[in-house]
Write a new protein. Structure first.
Length: 495
């Protein structure tokens, strides 16, 4: 399993490494060597010499070291630097660089640029010389290699204006969460991680196929449906029938032994015969199932809130609250979660999480991971915060899901996730792990759909159609006797 770290964690780890006896200059030399190697590969790819664009901090120092190393290898390089003041380590690196410096922004456009302007300390939009350098880098339209993070990218993946749009990013020390979250997913390009001797702890988990695979062990031949648990979807309103169909349909694909589809009196006639594999029944006062998903297309009224309160006190399985259930909590009061008698998973997107916390989206974005962890801990829930890279936390552990496609930016994708998640919990996977598994596989289904249909055509029902293939790929094992399909989908761009 990989781990990623906040910018603040990495700055603390960097300081700890220096305090522990590794000089800042040694760390910079290692970082510069890793950057030089990456730039040399980019030179072979583009056939062009690089322009290093350096600031006066340690990020710029990494660039000066890399430029010096490439000069020592006989490579042609240029360095642009407008800084008037330098950190101590960067000043030494600048002095050791044997070439001349460009002290004003050139009119020429470069095909290969190395972004070493700003590091992890940014907390507001770049100004002055830094802003001018970032705008110059982007105006060239060339191949950009960023050192550590793209300049202008802040904590939790918030891209300030301007922000470098990199083709690849060489991350120093450990994988940084800002490269995975929100705008970082677009700004960073392909990500590689250079080990420069900075240990870190307390990072966020990044689940991969090997981490998902143990939750799909080979089935025994002597088995029956009762061995794989039960899940229910209580969703739908005659005005919004689609959400229920999608959620229940996804639950059927999860591997759970029984899928119940519970419908109210007005909605029940519309459900008859629609999903024959699901057990269609009328809403039960206390559901008899391991996991219940509630809220998809239900209408966020007081009746729904009363139903949530009743389940929180009377149900003994795991309750997945999505969509209108989240809006009902935000409107009528989320504190009821603190008196719950069952396990609870919440699956909000950012706007729904904004309503739950009372914070604006703009307030949440720079401190999203911290706020999510705090919320999960305060209310004793597992939170799956949906986005282009979803955050999963129970307050003690936090994970980032890196699968997915823009093709999933369609109505109904969340309903599919909620239903599949309910089935995953229903067959016995603990809530935190179930969220990681469900987010990974729904994201992988989105990637597979986009690979064959493009990013615009797939709708939420297509995600259900591709879930079996995503699950089969995740369950592949070299020791299986049966033939397994080889994955052709692109892996997340993290080396």
């Amino acid at each position: 399993m990989k781990y990623c770290y906040t910018n603040q964690q990495m700055r603390a780890a960097d300081a700890a490494a220096i305090a522990g006896g590794t000089p800042a200059g040694v760390l910079m030399e290692r970082a510069g060597k890793a950057l030089a190697d990456a730039v040399e590969r980019a030179m072979e790819r583009t056939g062009e010499p690089p322009l290093f664009v350096c600031g006066g901090g340690n990020n710029g120092g990494d660039g000066f070291v890399a430029a010096r190393i490439l000069c020592e290898r006989g490579r042609e390089v240029q360095v642009l630097c407008l800084a008037g003041a330098f950190s101590a380590a960067a000043a030494l690196a600048r002095q050791a660089y044997p070439g001349e410096l460009l002290r004003r922004i050139p009119r020429r456009r470069y095909a290969l640029l190395v972004d070493c302007v700003l590091g992890t300390g940014i907390s507001r939009a770049p100004e002055g010389e830094a802003r001018a350098l970032i705008e110059f880098i982007n105006s060239c339209g060339g191949y950009v290699v960023s050192a550590d993070i793209p300049s202008g990218l802040g904590e939790n993946g918030v891209a300030y204006s301007p922000c470098v749009a990199a083709r690849e990013t060489v991350c120093m020390g450990q994988l940084k969460a800002c490269l995975l979250l929100e705008d970082g997913a677009d700004a960073a390009g392909e990500i590689s991680v250079a080990d420069i001797g900075i240990p870190a702890g307390g990072g966020m988990e990044v689940w991969e196929a090997d981490d998902v695979r143990p939750f799909f062990p080979p089935k025994k031949r002597n088995t029956n449906k009762g061995d794989y648990g039960s899940a229910a979807v209580e969703a739908g309103d005659p005005a919004f029938p689609g959400a229920a169909f999608l959620a229940a349909g996804a639950c059927l694909k999860s591997g759970v032994g029984y899928t119940k589809w519970m419908a109210g009196e007005a909605f029940y006639p519309l459900c008859v015969g629609k999903l024959p594999a699901a057990v269609l029944c009328r809403t039960e006062k206390v559901p008899s199932c391991n996991c219940l998903a509630l809220g998809m297309g239900a209408g966020a009224g007081e009746a729904l809130y009363a139903r949530i309160c009743a389940l929180l006190h009377g149900y003994r399985g795991t309750l997945v609250l999505d969509a209108d259930a989240l809006n009902a909590l935000a409107r009528c009061g989320a504190d009821v979660l603190k008196q719950k008698e069952c396990a609870v998973i919440l699956t909000p997107h950012l706007k729904e999480f904004s309503r739950l916390t009372g914070c604006t989206v703009e307030e949440l974005r720079p401190r999203l991971a911290e706020t999510a962890r705090g919320f999960a801990e305060e209310y004793g829930v597992t939170l799956l915060l949906k986005g282009c890279r979803s955050l999963i936390t129970d307050g003690a552990r936090t994970a980032v899901n890196v699968t997915g496609s823009p093709a999933q930016a369609r109505g109904g994708s969340g309903d599919v996730l909620a239903g599949f998640l309910a089935g995953t919990v229903g067959r016995g996977v603990p809530p935190f792990e179930a969220c990681c598994v469900a987010a990974y596989l729904c994201g992988k289904a989105g990637e597979l759909a986009a690979a064959e249909m493009g990013e615009y055509a797939p709708d939420a029902s297509d995600l259900i159609a591709y879930l079996p293939r995503a699950m089969r790929q995740a369950a592949e094992c070299p020791n299986r006797r049966t033939a397994r399909e080889t994955s052709t989908s692109a892996a997340p761009a993290i080396r």
